[in-house]
Design a protein around this ligand. Sequence first.
Ligand SMILES: Nc1ncnc2c1ncn2[C@@H]1O[C@H](COP(=O)(O)OP(=O)(O)OP(=O)(O)O)[C@@H](O)[C@H]1O
Ligand SMILES: [Mg+2]
Length: 608
Amino acid sequence: MPLDFSRRSDVHAWHRAAGDIGPPWRALSTPSALVKQSAQEQFFGIDLGTTNSLVAWGKVTRRGSVFKVNPRAIEVAQGPYRFDFLPSVVYFDPGGGMLVGQPAKDRSQDVERVCRSVKLKLGTQTRYRRNGQVYSPTDISAIILARLKQAAEQDRNCDAIQDVVITVPASFDTDKRVETLNAARIAFFDPARGTAGLSLHLLDEPTAALLAFLDDQKAEGEGEGTIVDFREPRNVLIFDFGGGTLDVSIVQVQQGGAAGFHIVPLGLSRYTEFGGDDLDLHLGVHLLMAYAEQQGVDLAGVDPHTLRIARRKFQEIAERAKIDLNTRVLDLRGLGGDGRAPDAAAQVEALNLGLPGFADTPFHHSLSAAEFAEVMHPFLDPASGESAVHYVVDTLSRSGLTRDDIDYVLVTGGCSQLWCVRDSLLDCFGFAKDDGRFLLCLDPIRAIARGAVIQHHFLATGCQEGIGVPPTLAESIKLLVTHDERESFVTLVHAGDLLPMKVDDVRAFSISTPGRGERQLAFRIFRGDSNAREHLTELTSKIVRFDQPQQRRERIVCSIDMGADKILNFHAYLESRAQQRFELSVDDGLLDDDAVIEARRRIFSLPR
Ligand SMILES: Nc1ncnc2c1ncn2[C@@H]1O[C@H](COP(=O)(O)OP(=O)(O)OP(=O)(O)O)[C@@H](O)[C@H]1O
Ligand SMILES: [Mg+2]
């Protein structure tokens, strides 16, 4: 009998079936002796990262007069892969099964069988052909989310979790947000059956980091001993440098209100695909060239397939070397060695590379901090348009602010742990290392998931107005209008506008229809700050069909609004026939229930 995913018992049946798809799934045991807890008394947050994902939970506890959610990350795998973060990698084995997380990452060199860094491809036409099936980035994200959900339910021994807050880069556009929500629904998060008033929610990653920081500060106590005194408004620049994206967000924070803080957004970076993956790829090529030189191999003569595998292998080697070197540098600095190019080096070793055309000798290389900094120069040099600091400067200037306007810099994301990234930020702002203006999240890898838990709690208790940073857009949203074959753009939402836009704040305007007899009209929506088509990115296009043919040059009254999830909605009608209204949502891409159920069957190979 086919599974019916509108029934909770069948969802559980799927979870049991999922236990068969690979070691990390099987490794989880259910602590059956514990009494089942209701998911509704607990709060859950997910950091769906390009390279690593986490799920965290929290429950309200009281210490004196302070109520806290105490978020903590959940262990997602046991046994040899005992970690609370899950590499965002899926491996399709030749037998038709799937591995998710570390065991999949361990097989990353099998480039035809793994899917990784799919977050950057959400909302695009990228497809992965694996085991005779075609998967979208949304499908792969759903597999990762389902794995996190299952781990959370087993760890908390609670009924199916329906509601969750999932973090996304602040600069994610509508299509990517919609696909994140689709992935969550395919992954069995089912807000329709969730607690009243709760739903699936997206939260911007820098905001999540800030919430975690403020919560940690609350743990330290109010007033005395507090890391930052927010009794006066303070401008904080949040720098989130992860595995695949770099987000810069500027906010003003002040103590007060029901939730403890008022947060006003001041600026946001453009969508920036730049992260640890790029650093690793770059360092990996440097190490591969060193290996080829040791072996006397001319890389120009190596066949493209071997080269692709070699690059992937060296990217992995580079990531390990980067983290190892960074740990050594920070250890040395902790011991008092505070020079800019500390005397640290990581020994990079790789045995059995097994690359066709290369002799099977191991690779050894001593990677010094100075060599690493030199290789990373384009990513660190403030004068380079590709450097991390460049994105900070760009965001400041787009927000009409200068470095002097920034009171504190809060850093988060795995790559912000790199000593050389921190140094370049300190230099950029002219902060001294210990002057207390450079703030670190206690645990940069987990801060974002923990912040999502706090947001889930605020949403559940109706407190979000007090603490949630009103979302804004990094770039304007525009509609292409054609008159007499001449194109122009109407700005629907300006960069920096506070969202959700209120009903009386909706943008209403009229456009004329293309001509007599036409029954349809194309809406083409673009993102960008320019008015020149070549500098804009098309977000989506929608064809609206009418029951009756239009008159010549009829006017359409169109208003738009945008929700807190940054999903754009249109409401429009023909001026002559106000009763014939149509709604058009850029969340048109949201899957309906049938499509969600079909996607679950297809992706998780469930019996029909
Ligand atoms: N101790 C460390 N030192 C230096 N780099 C590190 C360290 N730990 C992790 N990283 C790097 O941080 C990156 C992952 O960071 P993070 O987990 O914040 O990214 P993500 O959430 O997967 O990606 P994104 O937020 O961009 O979607 C990887 O490139 C990883 O190599
Ligand atoms: Mg991240």
